[in-house]
Unconditional design. Structure first.
Length: 562
């Protein structure tokens, strides 16, 4: 691993902010690294407010979208709310459909079958709308490239409103309205919303016409926070505000479905990491193993007992998902070894019976062992389908676009994408993708990097510092948990391995004459020898609060030692 200390911002900026906020230079440095340079920036950062949310009507086509929905209600039309089967899609569908149903009954939901229909808007979904007298489809978290599908719907007198956050192609579908801040012709001030976030902007606009303020819509923010956490969008601007208030809803008065999901967790206050590792995988498991409809049923259920029943079924899907993920990862790693592909710039693997629902997770797992852009293919009907995951700094979407002549379809982001191709094109595409990555990736990108915010001593870790760092939450891309480096660290003789396979490391560490601090290193069990016999080492870590039996104490979460 590369250890990189972030460049220190200019002394002037640090001094100016430290004085304005009456904080140590060290805290001011952390803030300036996050783009917070003035008292006003800091106030907005530390005191998020719903007033910081932008006017939804600044988004291109918002007036058209609202007018078309209001016309549908006036004419008693049937509306279908359509969304992808992942967390972002199912939360967005749950949000928009449950909001509309508070004042209009003719609303149905539709989640495509991952295996039968694949990602995005499907002809089968449009046929379902046609056969059931639907004349308006609101598509969430998908649709920006569905030119043929929207045309097909139009021929059946079905209108589309598209709410998407993926990058558009060069042509847009002929929808009544397209809400996507990544459109070149959209001047909305913030373009990093997730699909559910755009769904929230839509109900915010509808609400304004109903005389509702954003404060009247806060009960929907538990869904938005789950989507922001799961979709790994930047934790800046509106996303930070929405996640901040969404976490408050999750911790105080969540909808029955989310309450049922976290019911088993023995933790009083959930943070964004808990949402990523506890709530999101379970919502996702429904679409991965069974059907995304199960997630929408759970998230729109108002009876807690019924929600608990749905949650226990989803718990089983999540357990099945873990087993599959483990098995397929093992097989994929073996394939890389057997084919002697360790020296390539990419990992591209295929097996026809791999479960399509977990190949995205497997791609992420492979990167943990072979750190490079990764595609995991499986058979889907008569085609091959893949999930792609990238390494830090490398735009996998652009790489796929450069090889798109070999693909049937593809879509996604810089770090994650999906695609399908014909069986006969697999080998040729695999080599084209390898060549493209080889020519465009910087060699440093193939070595995992730990970015360090600052070097500190254990003496600097005070209750005041941990209180301030707590206010940096919620964490996420562009506002990651601060990472610190401390040198000349020693274990006090309590080092031990933890976990079923001794994969984790538990230490009790000191520096010079500091008090001992407990430390845990997940996946660092193989480094125990560096800590024995009072050997000094360097540690890179985050400062965590550990909650045990109602007591809270400071603990270091080790990222690496050397």
């Amino acid at each position: 691993m590369r250890w990189t200390i972030k460049p220190k911002p200019s002394e002037d900026k640090i001094k100016h902010l430290a004085q304005a906020l009456n904080v140590e230079d060290f805290v001011a440095t952390l803030l300036v690294q996050r783009g917070i340079e003035t008292f006003e920036d800091a106030k907005n950062f530390f005191r998020p407010s719903l007033d910081h949310l932008h006017d939804p009507y600044l988004m291109k086509d918002m007036e058209k979208a609202v007018a078309r929905i209001e016309l549908a209600i006036e004419n008693h039309e049937n509306i279908m709310v359509f969304g992808d089967y992942d967390v972002d899609g199912t939360t967005a569908v749950s949000l928009v459909s449950s909001y509309l149903k508070t004042y209009y009954p003719n609303v149905a939901t539709y989640i495509p079958d991952r295996y039968d229909e694949g990602y995005g808007i499907s002809f089968k979904g449009i046929d379902f709308a046609d056969n059931n007298g639907m004349s308006l489809i609101i598509a969430l978290d998908c649709g920006i490239k569905s030119i043929d599908h929207v045309r097909y719907a139009k021929e059946r007198n079905i209108d589309f409103i598209i709410c998407d956050h993926h990058r558009p192609g060069k042509d847009l579908p002929e929808a009544v309205a397209i809400l996507d801040p990544k459109r070149d012709d959209c001047s909305y001030p913030y373009d990093e919303l997730c699909g559910c976030g755009i769904g929230f902007k839509l109900i915010q606009a509808l609400g304004l016409n109903q005389g509702q303020t954003v404060a009247d819509l806060t009960s929907y923010l538990d869904l938005v926070a789950a989507a922001i956490a799961a979709d790994i969008v930047p934790m800046t601007g509106e996303n930070r505000v929405l996640a901040y208030f969404g976490l408050q809803v999750i911790n105080s008065d969540p909808r029955p479905g989310i309450k049922a999901l976290v019911h088993q967790v023995k933790k009083q206050t959930l943070d964004i990491t808990d949402v990523v590792f506890i709530i999101a995988p379970r919502i996702n498991a429904a679409g991965r193993i069974k059907h995304g409809n199960h997630a929408v049923e759970l998230l729109t259920e108002f009876d807690f007992e019924q929600a608990q029943q749905f949650a226990s079924e989803i718990e089983q899907y999540n357990s099945d998902r873990k087993d599959l993920d483990k098995q397929i990862t093992k097989e994929a790693l073996l394939q890389i070894e057997v084919n002697e592909e360790k020296d390539r710039f990419t990992s591209v693997v295929y097996q026809e019976n791999w479960h399509k629902g977990v190949i995205g997770i497997v791609a992420s797992r492979l990167i943990e062992t072979h750190y490079r852009p990764t595609l995991v293919f499986t058979k889907s009907g008569d085609k091959y389908a893949a999930s792609a995951r990238s390494v830090k700094g490398f735009d996998i979407y652009n790489a796929l676009e450069a090889c798109s002549q070999h693909l049937e379809q593809f879509g996604g982001h810089m770090y994650a994408a999906g695609m399908t191709l014909k069986e006969e094109n697999y080998s040729i595409f695999k080599e084209a993708f390898e060549k493209q990555v080889q020519e465009t990736i910087h060699p440093d990108m193939l070595i995992p990097e730990i970015e360090i915010d600052a070097e500190i001593d254990f003496a600097d870790i005070t209750p005041k510092l941990t209180r301030i760092l707590k206010q940096f939450e919620p964490f996420g891309p562009q506002n990651m948990t601060p990472v610190f480096l401390t040198k000349n660290v020693k274990d006090t003789g309590y080092a031990k391995k933890l976990g079923a396979e001794d994969e984790h490391l538990k230490l009790f560490v000191k520096q010079n004459n500091s008090e001992g601090i407990p430390a845990i290193g997940f996946g660092l069990g193989n480094k125990i020898d560096l800590t024995t016999n009072q050997k000094a080492f360097e540690a890179v870590y985050c400062i965590d609060e550990n909650e045990w039996n109602g007591k809270i104490s400071i603990q270091l979460r080790l990222k690496n030692i050397r």
